[in-house]
Write a protein that binds this ligand. Structure first.
Ligand SMILES: [Zn+2]
Length: 194
């Protein structure tokens, strides 16, 4: 069945209108409590299945546009726009799917270097290759127990691990210094100590 062009156009506009009226979560989704993800703009919250349905909604809009529109210039623009939206939502979903892996990434080695001029510890964190995306690679912390312990409440488990290891090294150095012995300025923690 062939549908008149005027009708097609108004239908597409109505569909686009529907999309715009609902929040497009255009800034992506953030990790919220538990397994929920949250839009920072409209505060809608959904789990990963919900994110999957959100991707499917965009795919459906795109497929409908393909089945409705004849090859005119306007239809082309609409289709490209809807396709871009599909890609954008998929990208958001893939990134969220990768988060759990990122959170559980264990460092392979941690290098802690004491910087006397800054009175702080610089930590470099190394991971097995291929290095997971978005992981923390460097942490600097003041050489004082209270500074180090502040990291204990960080949401990133790797930062909490850093806090533990730096505390251990700081305690060791403090003990030596108290006894008048020179304290080492660097310490490497290997996987079996982490
Ligand atoms: Zn939103």
């Amino acid at each position: 069945m062939r549908v008149a062009q005027g009708w097609e156009r108004s239908t597409i506009l109505v569909r686009m209108g529907d999309l715009v009226e609902n929040c497009l979560h255009s800034e992506g989704l953030r990790i919220s409590t538990g397994s929920e993800y949250r839009c920072p703009l409209c505060a809608e919250s959904m789990d990963l299945d919900g994110v999957g349905r959100w991707v499917q909604d965009a795919e459906r809009s795109r497929d409908e546009a393909y089945s409705m529109v004849e090859g005119d210039g306007f239809g082309e623009i609409v289709r490209e726009e809807l396709q871009r939206e599909v890609y954008r939502r998929r990208r958001v979903m893939y990134e969220l799917e990768n988060v759990p892996r990122m959170m559980t990434a264990r460092p392979e080695m941690i290098l802690v270097i004491y910087d006397a001029t800054k009175a702080s510890y610089g930590c470099r964190i190394f991971y097995k290759e291929p290095r997971p995306a978005g992981v923390v690679e460097q942490v600097d912390v003041g050489a004082a127990f209270e500074r180090i312990l502040e990291l204990r409440s960080d949401p990133d488990p790797v930062v909490r691990l850093i806090s533990e290891k730096v505390e251990e090294f700081h305690a060791f150095r403090s003990k030596l210094a108290a006894g008048g012995a020179p304290a080492p300025e660097r310490r490497v923690f290997y996987a079996n100590e982490l």
